[in-house]
Design a protein around this ligand. Structure first.
Ligand code: 13P
Ligand code: SF4
Length: 346
C-alpha cells in the first residue's frame, strides 16, 4: 500500500543520503513529486541537474529530460529514469536523421540565407547535437523568445523544432507573426523548401497531443461559468487558445501565477492535468479549475513513472545495482552540451 511504499522510498533515501538527488517535473504524479528534492519546469530542472553534486540523479520525468540531465552533469554522476518507457511523443516527431535530410533541402533552397536551427528541450540528444553543429541552440518554454532573439542576432532565419505551436506563439510574442511558415518536408501537398525559406521563421510540424486538445470554446465556456475567472495556458497550446487566455507560460510560470493569486480568485489552467491537481492541493485558497474539465488529459509519457518503479530503482541503488541508467554517447553528449550551454548562457 502507499504508506508502506512511502516508508520504503524514504528509507532508501536516508540510506543513500547526499549520494542521491531526486528531480521531479511538474507533470509527475503526486506520489512522485512528494519524494522529489526539487520540483520544477524543464528549465529549472536542467539548472538543478547542472548544479547537483550527488552521485545519483534520479529523474521523475521523460527520456529527453533525463538525457539532458546526463549531458549537463559530470561524467562521474549517474542519471536514472525509473521507467524506460517514458518517451515524449513530441520529441519523437523530429528525428535527427529526418532533420538532417530536411536541413540539406532547406539550405540548398536558400543558399544565401543564414539559417539558425533552434530545438525545444523536448527533443533527443542527437537533434540537440545536430543543432549545435549547425550553430544553433536549445530553448525551453520559459526562454524561447530570448533564444529566438539570440538566433536572429546570429543569422537571418530560424528553423524551430519540433513544436510548431510554441514556435508560432514565440513568433507572435516577437512581433514576427507575418513571416512564419509551417513545414512538413514529406507532405506532398505541403509547401516546398524554397517556399518556406521565404519566411523568417520555419516551424517543424510537431505538436504535443496533451496541449493540442485545448480549444477556444473551452476558454469561452469557463468565462461563461465563472465570469471573473482568469485563464493561464502553456505555450504548447494552439495560437488561438493562447490569444484567448489571460496569460501563457511554462509550467513554472503557471505555478507562480497561482502562488501569486489572491485568495478567492478563480484560475482556469490549460496544461497537463497533474499540475492542475497539484496546484489545487497546494493552494486551496485559490479556485483552480482545469480548462477543459473532465476532458483534460494527463501525459502518457509522464505517467510511465510509477511510484513502484521509483521504489525499485532506489532499493536497487541501496543494494549497489544501477538500473535504468540514461547515458548519452560521449561525442553526442559533448555537442548537445554546447547547444544546452548556449541556452543557459542566454
Ligand atoms: P515546461 O518546460 O513548461 O516545464 O514544459 C515541459 C513539457 O513537457 C510541456 O509539455
Ligand atoms: Fe511531451 Fe506533451 Fe508530455 Fe510534455 S506533456 S512530455 S510535450 S507529450
Amino acid at each position: 500500500d502507499e504508506d508502506e511504499r512511502t516508508e520504503r522510498i524514504e528509507a532508501a533515501k536516508r540510506e543513500l543520503g547526499d549520494d542521491l538527488v531526486i528531480l521531479g517535473h511538474n507533470y509527475q504524479r503526486r506520489e512522485i513529486v512528494e519524494h522529489a528534492d526539487f520540483v520544477g519546469d524543464s528549465y529549472q530542472l536542467s539548472v538543478e541537474a547542472a548544479e547537483a553534486d550527488a552521485e545519483y540523479v534520479v529523474f521523475g520525468g521523460v527520456t529527453f529530460m533525463a538525457e539532458s540531465a546526463d549531458i549537463i552533469t559530470d561524467d562521474d554522476q549517474t542519471v536514472i529514469l525509473p521507467s524506460m518507457e517514458a518517451s515524449c511523443p513530441m520529441a519523437g516527431m523530429a528525428e535527427a536523421l529526418q532533420v538532417d535530410a530536411a536541413w540539406a533541402e532547406i539550405t540548398a533552397a536558400a543558399p544565401d540565407a543564414d539559417i539558425v536551427p533552434v530545438t525545444y528541450m523536448n527533443s533527443y540528444a542527437d537533434l540537440k547535437a545536430f543543432c549545435a553543429e549547425q550553430g544553433g541552440a536549445v530553448c525551453t518554454s520559459s526562454n524561447a523568445h530570448e533564444v529566438f532573439e539570440w538566433a536572429f542576432d546570429r543569422g537571418d532565419k530560424v528553423l524551430f523544432l519540433p513544436d510548431k505551436h510554441l514556435g508560432e506563439n514565440t513568433a507572435h510574442r516577437l512581433g514576427m507573426a507575418d513571416s512564419v511558415a509551417e513545414w512538413d518536408p514529406w507532405d506532398p501537398e505541403g509547401k516546398s523548401a524554397a517556399e518556406v525559406a521565404e519566411s523568417d521563421i520555419v516551424l517543424w510540424d510537431g505538436y504535443c497531443q496533451v496541449h493540442e486538445r485545448f480549444r477556444v470554446d473551452h476558454v469561452e465556456r469557463i468565462r461563461d461559468e465563472y465570469p471573473d475567472a482568469k485563464v493561464v495556458v502553456h505555450p504548447e497550446c494552439r495560437r488561438e487558445v493562447v490569444e484567448a487566455a489571460d496569460r501563457a507560460g511554462s509550467t513554472a510560470t503557471i505555478t507562480r501565477t497561482i502562488e501569486e493569486a489572491d485568495p478567492g480568485e478563480t484560475w482556469a489552467i490549460g496544461t497537463e492535468i497533474h499540475l492542475t491537481n497539484h496546484l489545487q492541493r497546494w493552494h486551496p485558497e485559490v479556485n483552480v479549475v482545469p480548462l477543459c474539465g473532465e476532458a483534460c488529459m494527463d501525459c502518457n509519457a509522464m505517467r510511465q513513472i510509477d511510484p513502484n518503479y521509483l521504489t525499485w530503482v532506489l532499493e536497487e541503488l541501496v543494494a549497489g545495482r544501477e538500473r535504468n541508467v540514461i547515458e548519452v554517447a560521449p561525442r553526442e553528449a559533448e555537442l548537445a552540451n554546447v547547444a544546452m550551454e548556449r541556452m543557459l548562457e542566454i
